[in-house]
Design a binder for this molecule. Structure first.
Ligand code: HMG
Ligand code: MG
Length: 303
């Protein structure tokens, strides 16, 4: 098996994690947590989402969060942006990378952003162009690549076509979303085999939700194909409110532990990351899915 010397982790907990939390966190708590995360060695944090506050009430304080964090040099602070209005707020908040998003399947796209795929593409094109003109980099999420909660199987041709369109629009990176945690390692390699014939592996990231406990296995399958950028969430927080039943992302804590054991550099301090996971677990008031967090708690590592 081929494993890379190092991987690059994109921490999405403050966005993908908190967007679905039932317990409302204060703006001050979000800021404290993001600052804890940037002190762990993580060099990329998706801090919030400039979507419509009615659609994602948990992140309605996006601008205050973006303005309130202590920016650590060398850390990229990204945010989810659905349209021009979201971009304007993100620019005011000093965001470094614009993350646009859409789905490979028509029904999830419509449920999530109230538009057909055909209607969404020009909106994203405008955001990507304007973001790049303003000096930001642009990343796109393509959701439901490995399964849709409404349409189930998503044809590969649809994934290829949409990926091509997004790269033509000028994105720097495409993150392939396993929105409902349905992927398996063989499927991951089959999808990558096709996509990597068309796009450089350096521009592809993987975003696995861990609904069925497959996220780490899927990441190893992707590493074996040369992928080195992975999205994950501290404590394993997360989920899309418009993908019923889907749980959190792969836990950053588990990914870092696994990499450390396998000799793969992440640049992140596991004990600091676990402290940040414990801190946010206490705030949410529910046990988080991260296995390493639960193991650390059982050994009473937190003082
Ligand atoms: P819409 O209602 O169709 O918007 O929502 P609209 O363009 O028709 O505008 C209606 C009103 O909303 C207008 O105000 C706009 O100004 C306002 P009015 O004129 O009526 O007073 N508006 C906004 N206000 C604030 N910020 C904005 C904004 N845009 C419009 N950005 C919209 C369309 C896309 C905005 C909405 O559907 C939305 O916000 N959806 C977001 C859903 C979401 O965040 N889902 C979770 C994230 S995706 C995910 O988790 C998957 C991912 O993790 C990858 C994976 O796991 O696969 C990324
Ligand atoms: Mg997600």
């Amino acid at each position: 098996m081929d494993v890379p010397k190092n991987i690059f982790i994109k921490e999405v907990g403050p966005r993908d994690g908190l967007q679905n939390e039932q317990t409302a966190l204060s703006t001050a708590d979000k800021i404290t947590w993001i600052d804890m995360l940037s002190a762990t060695g993580l060099s990329y944090i998706e801090i919030t989402s400039f979507v419509h506050p009615k659609w994602i009430p948990a992140l309605s304080d996006a601008l205050d969060v973006a303005k309130g964090i202590n920016r650590k040099p060398g850390v990229t602070y990204a945010a989810l942006i659905p349209n021009r209005k979201g971009l304007e707020r993100a620019l005011e908040g000093g965001i470094d990378e614009a993350s646009v998003f859409m789905s490979a399947s028509e029904t999830h796209n419509r449920k999530n952003i109230n538009k057909s795929i055909g209607e969404t593409l020009p909106v994203l094109k405008e955001v990507i162009g304007a973001a790049k003109q303003a000096g930001l980099t642009a990343r796109a999420y393509l959701s439901t690549v490995f399964g849709c909660p409404y349409e189930h199987h998503v044809p590969l041709e649809q994934i290829i076509r949409t990926s091509e369109t997004l790269f033509d629009m000028g994105i720097n990176e495409l993150s392939l979303g396993d929105t409902i945690g349905a992927a398996n390692p063989v499927q991951v390699q089959r999808v990558l085999e096709v996509l990597l014939k068309r796009f450089p592996k350096e521009n592809i990231a993987l975003h696995f939700h861990d609904t069925r406990g497959m996220a780490l296995a899927n990441m190893i399958a992707a590493m074996d194909m040369g992928i080195t950028v992975f999205d994950s969430s501290c404590g394993g927080l997360g989920g899309c409110p418009y993908a019923p039943g889907a749980t959190g992302n792969a836990a950053t804590d588990d990914l870092i532990y696994m990499c450390a054991q396998m000799g793969i550099e992440t640049g992140v301090d596991l004990s600091k990351l676990l402290s940040a996971a414990k801190w946010i677990e206490d705030k949410t008031g529910r046990e988080l899915p991260s296995r390493n967090l639960q193991a650390a708690k059982s050994k009473n590592c937190f003082h």
